[in-house]
Design a protein around this ligand. Structure first.
Ligand code: FAD
Length: 582
């Protein structure tokens, strides 16, 4: 039997696995990424898009810690949009549709240029455990035993995966890929609680047979805004997507066939993503709605496949056929592949420490869909944190890297998962973050890159770019606070301002909605002219929200004080009269 020893082994080349492997390698750990098929590394199992509300924040945070998702989508994105553009900067969500192939190629290229990282094909069937359940490595289907200082499992939907398509069901990890059938046994041996969840995907359509002329088209932003703090401009061609709607006929077809849907026939028992429901679920839950929107998203520049976003389903093929053809613009469409649902095992995330190490098995880390989450971004963020912590563990360090709820959406997600667990696939929302005025997509680097530099997961190029940006920001901030004007001078620019005699500096003036860079430049001709756009944007947000941000920072201080309060294990709660019985 072959024996190989690594610092960190990452199992799975999906969104969690690629970030985990890249992060561990950036930390200096000799890292092996083991996955069923290396050619599928970076594959998007479902929708060809990255980001969105709150998810876009996670991507910017991954990027701020030098992860790969942001740079990959910048290379593979074919339609970039900032969602919620009309709302405040805290809830704006960057999103991009991807050319599926370009995205996968970008992930693979970024991994190929990562030092300390080796990728091998291999299906992991068992964990190598010591008598006290410490994880020492993995055993592959072909009998290899690979040892490591730490192991990260990122098996996605593959653990005991079972696909449902109408009345048919068969074991699979996703379409045309085999499941991981034995690994759950090792997890059960450790004694972690396992559960089952479900997700689904829509049919894929041939775009050459869609009547595009009959529908509204949606274009991306011009110019497209990159995700990564390291990308200067998007150079991939940009394409629109189509918008259509279900019809009363579609709904009637679905209602008439609900008993053949595995979700309603009792064939699927587990819970799916509440905020990404199947079309049959939408028809039942929102009975009063007579139509549901569908975005027809191209899967690639040189690929005719179209992803109909909004009609994921596991209804039988003949029903899918009828319902799709009842949708305007899709009357003549050719269906390339039907939609399906998949059930898979997950680990109750309360089995994990905040570092994503399994409480009952030292040196074993879990990240991604295996922890009960859904979505590429949630998986990527966990992967990155697990990779950093696995590398620390393998190096013998006692440190862990755990952002808290005030550091980032990553911190919110980890805290939610390990303290509350989840009964349904967990996805990120802006409403989950208490301090969202601080946790904006625009300032992810300012929030997290310094911590990344300190822990050692940031490469040289980003470290230099960040140092330059910080210096520019400091200089511009100093200039703005040094420029001050009287209320009379400000009023002369057409701004209604209290004539209280108090001088205000250029940053303070952004608290007045009518004040723009143009107004400031008129007040101080020759000053504040050559600011880099990202620096100008950052200072404008800081100035506009200064009062609110100050209050939120005070809340954060109080939160962190409470978080560090240690309640002794032997505290007698019954002796505290003011606590209710509940
Ligand atoms: P994955 O991307 O699934 O990657 C897992 C990787 O691990 C694969 O490379 C696999 O080959 C490898 N692997 C697994 N087991 C082993 C093993 N034992 N040995 C070696 N390698 C192994 N997300 C949404 O947000 N909304 C949706 O509507 C949605 N629908 C989905 C529908 C379907 C049908 C599927 C399959 C997924 C869907 N997703 C959806 C989920 C999205 O794909 C995942 O959240 C995301 O891919 C999770 O990333 P991951 O890295 O955890 O796992």
């Amino acid at each position: 039997m072959d024996q190989e020893t690594w610092d960190v082994i990452v199992v799975g080349g999906g969104h969690a696995g690629t970030e985990a492997a890249a992060a561990a390698a950036r930390m200096g750990a000799r890292t092996l990424l083991l996955t069923h098929k290396p050619e599928t590394v970076g594959e998007m199992s479902c929708n060809p898009a990255i980001g969105g509300l709150a998810k876009g924040h996670l991507v910017r945070e991954i990027d701020a810690l030098d992860g790969i998702m942001g740079r990959a989508i910048d290379r593979g994105g074919i339609q970039f949009r900032i969602l919620n553009q009309s709302k405040g900067p805290a809830v704006r969500g960057p999103r991009a549709q991807a050319d599926r192939k370009l995205y996968r190629q970008a992930v693979q290229a970024l991994l190929a240029e990562t030092e300390n990282l080796t990728i091998q094909a291999g299906g992991v069937e068992h964990l190598v455990l010591s008598d006290d359940n410490q994880c020492q490595g993995v055993k592959t289907a072909d009998g290899r035993i690979l040892r490591a200082g730490a192991v990260v499992l990122t098996t996605g939907t593959f653990l005991n995966g079972l696909i449902h398509l109408g009345e048919d069901q068969w074991p699979a990890g996703r379409i045309d890929e085999a499941p991981a059938l034995k690994l759950s046994d090792s997890l059960a041996q450790i004694g972690v609680a396992l559960g089952r969840l479900k997700t689904g995907t829509p049919a894929r359509l041939d775009g050459r047979t869609i009547d595009w002329a009959s529908m509204d088209m949606q274009h991306g932003d011009t110019p497209p805004r990159p995700f990564s703090f390291m990308t200067e401009a998007i150079t991939t061609p940009q394409v629109p997507c189509g918008i259509t709607w279900t019809t009363p006929e579609t709904h009637a077809i679905i209602r008439a066939n609900l008993s053949r849907s595995p979700m309603y026939s009792g064939q699927i028992q587990s819970i799916g993503p509440r905020y990404c429901p199947s079309i049959e679920d939408k028809i039942v839950r929102f009975e009063g709605r007579d139509r549901h929107q569908i975005f027809l998203e191209p899967e690639g520049l040189d690929d005719p496949t179209v992803y109909p976003n909004g009609i994921s389903t596991s209804l039988p093929r003949d029903v899918q056929d009828a319902l799709i053809h009842s949708i305007p613009g899709l009357e003549q469409v050719t269906i390339i592949r039907p939609g399906y649902a998949i059930e898979y095992d997950f680990v109750d995330p309360r089995e994990l420490k905040p570092s994503l190490e399994v409480r009952k098995s030292q040196r074993l880390f879990l990240a991604g869909q295996i922890n009960g989450t859904t979505g590429y971004e949630e998986a990527g963020a966990q992967g990155l944190l697990a990779g950093i912590n696995a590398a620390l563990r393998a190096s013998g360090s006692e440190r862990t890297f755990v952002p808290d709820r005030a550091d980032g959406y990553m911190g919110v997600m980890i805290d939610d998962l390990v303290t509350l667990g989840t009964q349904e696939p967990y996805r990120m929302f802006t409403s989950r973050a208490e301090y969202r005025l601080l946790l904006r997509a625009d300032n992810a680097d300012l929030r997290l890159t310094p911590a990344g530099l300190e822990i050692g997961c940031i490469g040289r190029a980003r470290a230099e770019a960040f140092a330059e940006k910080s210096a520019l920001l400091d200089r511009a901030r100093a200039e703005m606070t040094s420029l001050s004007a009287t209320p009379k001078q400000v009023a002369e620019q057409g701004i209604s301002i209290n004539q209280d005699g108090v001088r205000r500096n250029a940053l303070d003036l952004f608290a007045y909605q009518e004040v723009s860079w143009h107004v400031l430049q008129s007040l101080w001709p020759g000053a504040l002219t050559d600011l880099r756009p990202d620096i100008a944007e950052q200072l404008e947000i800081e100035g506009r929200y200064a009062g609110y941000l100050e209050r939120q920072l005070a809340d954060v201080t109080a939160f962190r004080r409470d978080e560090t309060l240690v309640i002794p294990d032997d505290l007698d709660f019954a002796a505290i009269g003011s606590l209710s019985a509940e």
